[in-house]
Ligand binder design. Structure first.
Ligand SMILES: CC(=O)N[C@H]1[C@@H](OP(=O)(O)OP(=O)(O)OC[C@H]2O[C@@H](n3ccc(=O)[nH]c3=O)[C@H](O)[C@@H]2O)O[C@H](CO)[C@@H](O)[C@@H]1O
Ligand SMILES: C=C(OP(=O)(O)O)C(=O)O
Length: 425
């Protein structure tokens, strides 16, 4: 199992290029299931979840290819394929559930393993099922699989008005993709407004889908009989960008984050500015200048759906709060078990107490390196940030979590002057 060795104490300086977003690339790869024509994606990040999604599509019978330096990938999903997502692949990547909507919409049937929970919470998919049932699908859950089909005699899903019980990102994406090929109009109320949903909608529109209102809480889709191929560039990863912002803020220093989108990071940038960090939108990126943690003020926040503070940035900003000055409370409202980094940060010297879904961070900690264990994707990133600030050596174990969602993180950090290396098992 690979580990990262971080020798802390260096400030970060220079330029880093932000990759395409994992959480946009994964649904967009599934969108290729909606047409028999070639779909080309560019700016696909090189990370483990993308490789898993490719395996999942290959396994179904989709022809996939990578090309070029710029994260090019193409997909051809023939008219006849095996519409199944097996447990072996789904268990390592919850986003596999995004195959369900497209498969059902185009092939009229699908067998997709239930994803189960993961470290950060229980992560049910009841809203995906409820929405597809509202569109006429018959879905039974048996032997750990969602087995979905259209009723006898029906060729297509039916448009419907669907209000999800809560805002769900992949739920919105699954229903959005399914609705593009349904008969008639679908209205998704309480839809997720995350930039990755908007990016997916823009790709689907290039494929011939009729969609309005993406980026708002009501998305209207007029179903069409077929979609065609397209070329689409995956939007920049706002969470990767936010992670680098927190790393530079915590270590002090100055950096340019190429391709980072300020308009997708408002809530995080506001908090960084309140903390005392200078963040400026520049042509094709973001510039950050941090005076170092000793000059920064810890910031309280509450995670919420977009455009609120993202749950996927909670752990990384908490690492910054640990070394900034003052006390701050952090409330996690999206996932019930997303504070697992807290005990590991404590091994480095962080002072954090937890009461239910609220963590109170007492800043100003003098961190010292230790061996810590990554428990999930963003927890891993928060431990790396803390390790960059800590005195001495920090070893972050189980970084397969990090590899799931970050494209060459240690190489990018090294490019900014960090002393970090991978120890391969
Ligand atoms: C691949 C991807 O894009 N992953 C992101 C997506 O995950 P994901 O789409 O899985 O997260 P959701 O937005 O669906 O989850 C939001 C909340 O709704 C609950 N829920 C969701 C669906 C459902 O059918 N029933 C239900 O109860 C979840 O348990 C959670 O409490 O959005 C999360 C919230 O921004 C991010 O942390 C993940 O990085
Ligand atoms: C929780 C995350 O991803 P996933 O939904 O793929 O587990 C994340 O990207 O932080």
């Amino acid at each position: 199992m690979d580990k990262l060795l971080v020798r802390g104490g260096r400030s970060l300086q220079g330029e880093v290029t932000i990759s395409g977003a994992k959480n946009a690339a994964l649904p967009e790869m599934c969108a290729a299931l909606l047409t028999a024509e070639p779909v080309h994606l560019v700016n696909v990040p090189r990370l483990h979840d993308v490789r898993t999604m490719r395996k999942l599509l290959d396994n179904m019978g989709v022809a996939t290819e990578t090309h070029g330096e710029r994260g090019g990938m193409s997909f051809v999903a023939p008219d006849s394929l095996n519409p199944e997502a097996p447990y072996e692949l789904v268990k390592t990547m919850r986003a596999s559930v995004l195959a369900l909507g497209p498969l059902l919409a185009r092939f009229g049937r699908a067998r997709v393993s239930l994803p189960g929970g993961c470290a950060i919470g229980s992560r049910p998919v009841d809203q995906h099922i409820k929405g597809l049932q509202a569109m006429g699908a018959e879905i039974v859950v048996e032997h750990g699989y969602m087995v979905a089909a259209l009723p006898a005699g029906r060729q297509r899903l039916q448009g419907a008005r669907i209000t999800t019980d809560m805002v769900t990102v992949t739920g919105t994406e699954n229903l959005l993709m399914a609705a593009t090929l349904a008969e008639g109009e679908t209205v998704l109320e309480n839809a997720a407004q995350e930039p990755e949903v908007t990016d997916l909608a823009e790709m689907l529109i290039k494929m011939g889908a009729q969609i309005e209102g993406h980026g708002t809480s009501r998305i209207r889709i007029q179903g069409v009989a077929t979609l065609h191929g397209c070329t689409h560039q995956v939007v920049a990863d706002r969470i990767e960008a936010g992670t680098f912002l927190c790393a530079v803020a915590a270590t002090g220093g100055e950096a340019l984050l190429r391709h980072a989108r300020a308009d997708h990071l408002d809530a995080v940038i506001d908090k960084l500015r309140d903390a005392g960090v200078a963040v400026q939108a520049v042509a094709d990126g973001l510039r950050i200048h941090s005076p170092g943690a000793a000059q920064l003020k810890a910031q309280g926040f509450r995670t919420t759906e977009y455009p609120g503070f993202p749950t996927d940035m909670q752990a990384q900003f908490m690492a910054l709060n640990v070394v900034a000055q003052g006390t701050a409370t952090v409330a996690e409202t999206i996932f019930e078990n997303r504070f697992m980094h807290v005990n590991e940060l404590a091994r480095l010297g962080a002072r954090i107490s937890i009461d239910g879904r609220v963590a109170t961070v007492t800043g100003g900690a003098q961190l010292s390196g230790a061996t810590v264990m990554a428990t999930d994707l963003r927890a891993s990133a928060s431990l790396v940030i803390a390790g960059l600030v800590a005195r001495g050596d920090t070893v972050v174990d189980r970084i397969y979590h990090l590899d799931r969602g970050y494209d060459a993180m240690e190489a990018k950090l090294r490019g900014l002057g960090a002393d970090i290396e991978r120890i391969s098992a």
